[in-house]
Design a binder for this molecule. Structure first.
Ligand SMILES: Nc1ncnc2c1ncn2[C@@H]1O[C@H](COP(=O)(O)OP(=O)(O)OP(=O)(O)O)[C@@H](O)[C@H]1O
Length: 350
């Protein structure tokens, strides 16, 4: 087994002509970490992954793996292995031969290749399918074979480019659990590119939120959710209301519609505040809360109910209420309500 190793990206940059796809990012991924690169389309996550894999040459900066500078090494000599979005299995090769393929390229003899490939298939619980062709497998099974193929070179890091996006929602959640369990069992790092917030939150020890070729925040999922570092992160991660604010008199903050709030929880230099949707307080109109809102929408989600709210002069807001709390005193679209939040639930963002 390869040893788990720390990855460090140092001021890593990629330019394509005039386009800066990755803009001087620095990041440390400790050995044995499940790390998700999360961000909207075009933010540079795939380019970052491809630079770590060696499929893309860095324009500037360094990639250090286990203390070794691998920036200019060819892909096969880096100690990384990539699993592609479409799995890229060879359609004319059996599962076993697909898994053994890179060993053949390395000149490993046939008997050893087959033994090692069979062992790898066993590890992903696919040994029964060894002689099948990829087209004779389900999406989830193909993914396991692709994983076995990535793992056979004994990498210290597995790189996964949107590995779950081709799967239906049920299978996606199941394979997500499998990926996490496998990573924990192997003890090596997985670096996984996704644009799905749920996926990143569910899997990651380390969530790296990217935007415009830069890292907006790199932290645990809980830290990102509870203390989003920027307004972009708070909006992108979802589940938050993000509002512009300006400093008001006597330590208050002013919302864009002029309403003054107790500024506790928002530092004086905060330009935005974020409040989790599940921390919003929605009461009967006239209750002692600072805002009056109109209910725009009510969406029943099972465990919770999402209430869309409009406050004059502010961006649309949302509140997530536990099912029982909502139905104890339900509101309907068009209804006026009082709205607010506890000062300690308001998070200031510079
Ligand atoms: N080969 C290329 N030539 C020119 N520009 C490129 C090339 N590859 C990527 N880019 C640009 O670099 C930027 C980052 O692309 P990248 O594929 O890394 O984004 P991404 O975050 O992975 O997006 P997606 O989720 O859509 O795959 C984009 O603006 C993209 O258009």
């Amino acid at each position: 087994m390869a040893k788990a190793a720390e990855i460090e990206l140092v001021a890593l940059t990629k330019r394509y002509g005039g386009v800066t796809a990755v803009d001087g990012i620095s990041l440390r991924i400790p050995a044995g970490t499940y790390c998700c690169l999360l961000g909207p389309s075009g933010c540079g996550k795939t380019t970052t992954l491809r630079m770590i894999a060696g499929h893309e040459q860095a324009s500037e900066g360094d990639i250090i793996l286990g203390g070794e500078n691998i920036t200019d090494l060819p892909p096969a000599r880096r100690g990384t292995a990539m699993m592609f979005q479409s799995y890229a299995l060879f359609p004319h090769l059996s599962c076993l031969d697909n898994v053994a393929f890179s060993l053949r390229m390395r000149g490993v003899g046939k008997a050893e290749r087959r033994d090692r490939a069979a062992e790898m298939l066993r590890r992903v619980e696919m040994e029964r399918f060894a002689e099948r062709l990829p087209a004779q497998l389900s999406g989830g099974q193909q993914q396991r074979v692709a994983l076995a193929r990535a793992l056979i070179t004994d990498p210290s890091v597995v790189l996964l480019d949107e590995p779950l996006s081709a799967l239906d929602p049920f299978l996606r959640v199941r394979m997500r659990e499998e990926l996490k369990a496998l990573q924990e069992r192997l003890g090596i790092s997985f670096v996984h590119v996704t644009h799905s917030q749920d996926e990143a939150m569910a899997l990651s020890d380390l969530v790296v939120v990217m935007n415009n070729g830069r890292i907006e925040q790199a932290a645990t999922a809980r830290e990102v959710f509870n203390h989003p570092a920027t307004a972009f992160v708070a909006r992108f991660i979802g589940g938050h209301n993000v509002l512009e604010v300006a400093p008001g008199p006597d330590g208050t903050v002013l919302l864009a519609n002029g309403a003054a709030l107790d500024g506790q929880g928002a530092p004086a230099r905060a330009r935005h505040i974020a409040v989790r949707a599940d921390r919003m307080l929605v009461r009967r109109s006239g209750a002692a809360l600072p805002l009056e809102a109109t209910v725009r929408s009510v969406e029943y989600l099972g465990a919770t109910v999402a209430v869309g709210l409009a406050v004059e002069g502010l961006e649309p807001l949302s509140a997530t209420l536990p099912e029982a709390a909502f139905f104890a005193d339900p509101v309907r679209p068009g209804q006026r309500v009082a709205l607010g939040w506890r000062a300690e639930d308001m998070h200031g963002i510079a």
